[in-house]
Ligand binder design. Structure first.
Ligand SMILES: [Fe+2]
Length: 145
């Protein structure tokens, strides 16, 4: 059911938002300004997707999960409580972004199958945004090798 997909998508997006905010706040290294800004842009983009997802869930006539307990139950992304070196932060961000992208692709199919074209359109835009983020993270990881 599309509403169930959107609940998982909401929790996963919230987790990724929080993790990238963590990296934005705690990143260290000689290129600090660029990394700090990159993580900042990333989390701002993900954050911008959270309210629309939550409201689409309501539009489908079900309630929106909105607690850390529910998000922990629903998310596809593992929490990070440690302080990682910057390239490990980017590796983890890429893996998590790929997880989110794969789930967006799955959710697009469900939205289309349920004839929810408006939601499918929103999801398609998020797929586009995540593909762009992933390209940038891959490029950062490559120059560091
Ligand atoms: Fe900031």
């Amino acid at each position: 059911m599309l509403a169930d997909n959107l609940k998982t998508l909401l929790a996963t997006s919230f987790s990724l938002y929080l993790k990238s905010a963590n990296f934005h706040w705690n990143v260290e290294g000689p290129s600090f300004p660029q990394y700090h800004e990159f993580f900042g842009d990333f989390y701002a983009d993900i954050y911008g997707s959270i309210d629309p997802i939550a409201e689409y869930i309501r539009a489908l006539d079900t309630y929106t999960p909105a607690s850390l307990t529910r998000f922990t139950e629903l998310t596809l992304i593992e929490d990070q409580i440690g302080q990682l070196p910057v390239m490990e932060q980017f590796s983890e961000l890429l893996a998590d972004s790929m997880t989110l992208l794969a789930f967006l692709n799955e959710t697009f199919k469900v939205a289309s199958a349920e004839n929810q074209q408006g939601i499918a359109n929103f999801i398609a835009e998020r797929i586009d945004a995540m593909q762009k983020h992933n390209w940038m993270i891959r490029s950062i990881l490559k120059t560091a090798k």
